[in-house]
Design a protein around this ligand. Structure first.
Ligand code: COA
Length: 375
């Protein structure tokens, strides 16, 4: 007799850093950096040799992105106009590393919420847009800290890492290779953000999420059936980060701004919105789901304008906050964790039979859809 396995989402977990930076605090620090820079290079600016930096504004940030604040792992150095980057004490190899620490915190909450014991989990995927080191894998450190027997590995698909992780986990379940898989997304995006870049200094925030993907036979009573998953990638240089271990071969440019997050925000906006809306509609059709009947969209949290347009194309009308909730205002863009935070915070009120969509999109380009139904 052949068994059929059915992947479901058993639970999610969220770790939110205590510290948070408001737009007002962020802009005050940025503008102080700008005036110091312009004063320092006043002669060169007057001679036309150096370009004067322009100040940032809270009005622009909120209007362009919907972001009002973001959580960070280290507020003080980020806001110090002389530093403007996160800093923390270096940890020895015997200590749990920072990404693993927050990943473990989110994972424990997901396990608790499902009533799941470590011995029942078969695999850990650490799916995030930046890893703290090349190896050993963050996932294996998280696996060890949680006391899980089995295997783990890291995967990076930028902002789509979590949905790619969910499909990978679901495929392990479907194939019978695992019955319970943790997908952990620790996103310390403050480390790859250029806090001195006016165009993007307001975008990102830090967080960690975890999703427990399991076979239905193992799942707690309250869970979400995974109706279908779809992944898509299309190469683009419009969101790029050139940081990497081969940079050591080019010491003269190793510290350049392109070793941090850079984007052509307008192009991203224009190209990604239609790509994602089309992908969602095609996948809904393939799964025989009426897209206009979707009860809720948990979209990637990068920009409220992008989400408004995508939700409108999918639902056929302007989405309410209830239909397409946002966490951008307090979390900012948390890369792959964004749609999972939205799902985690806004799924409790849905009823059995309600259908929704978790959807991510970002660098690569990469996009992932996970259609779910509450059981
Ligand atoms: N404060 C004040 N003004 C600013 C500013 C800031 N921090 N940053 C840019 N501006 C100005 C620009 O100089 C420009 O002025 P100009 O019209 O006089 O030239 C104007 O605001 C518009 O700038 P632009 O960069 O075109 O803004 P935008 O409306 O496209 O918004 C993004 C910028 C990044 C918020 C937007 O493009 C976006 O969200 N794109 C989606 C991509 C994304 O979020 N990706 C993340 C990874 S998934």
């Amino acid at each position: 007799m052949s068994m059929t396995y059915k992947p479901v989402i058993s639970a999610t977990g969220l770790f939110t850093p205590q510290e948070s930076i408001t737009n007002e605090e962020l802009v005050a620090s940025f503008n102080e950096f700008v005036s110091r820079h312009n004063a320092r290079f006043a002669d060169e600016i007057a001679a036309g040799e150096v370009e004067a930096l322009q100040p940032s504004s809270t009005e622009f940030i909120e209007k362009a992105s919907g972001i009002k604040a973001r959580h960070v792992m280290a507020k003080e150095p980020v806001l110090d106009p002389d530093v403007m980057s996160p800093k923390w004490p270096e940890r020895s190899n015997d200590e749990l590393s920072l990404m693993a620490e927050i990943g473990v915190a989110a994972a424990k909450r997901a396990m608790e919420s499902a009533g799941r014991d470590a011995k029942d989990i078969d695999a850990v995927l650490c799916a995030a847009s930046n890893m703290e080191r090349p190896y050993p894998a963050m996932a294996i450190e998280i696996q060890q800290a949680l006391g899980i027997d089995g295997f783990g590995f890291d995967m990076n698909v930028a902002c789509s890492s979590a949905t790619f992780g969910i499909q990978t986990a679901a495929d392990y379940i479907r194939a019978g290779n695992a019955r319970s898989v943790l997908v952990v997304s620790p996103e310390i995006t403050s480390g790859h953000l250029n806090w001195r870049d006016r165009d993007s200094h307001f975008i990102f925030g830090d967080v960690a999420t975890a999703v427990l993907v399991e076979d239905a036979s193992l799942a707690p009573e309250r869970h979400w059936e995974i109706l279908g998953t779809r992944l898509k990638t299309v190469f683009s240089n419009n969101i790029r980060n050139n940081f990497g271990f081969l940079n050591r071969a080019h010491p003269e440019t190793a510290d350049a701004a392109d070793k941090l997050f850079v984007q052509e925000g307008r192009k991203v906006f224009k190209e990604v919105v239609p790509m994602v809306a089309t992908m969602i509609l095609e996948e809904a059709e393939r799964l025989s789901i009426d897209s206009q009947g979707l009860r809720r969209l948990w979209l990637h949290q990068a920009n409220s304008g992008m989400n408004r347009l995508i939700a409108q194309r999918v639902l056929g009308h302007e989405a309410s906050d209830d239909e397409s909730p946002t966490v951008l205002d307090t979390y900012g863009n948390t890369s792959s964790a964004g749609s999972i935070i939205a799902f985690h915070k806004h799924n409790g009120d849905l009823k059995a039979g309600d259908t929704g969509l978790i959807c991510s999109f970002g660098a690569g380009y990469s996009a992932g859809t996970v259609f779910v139904r509450k059981v």
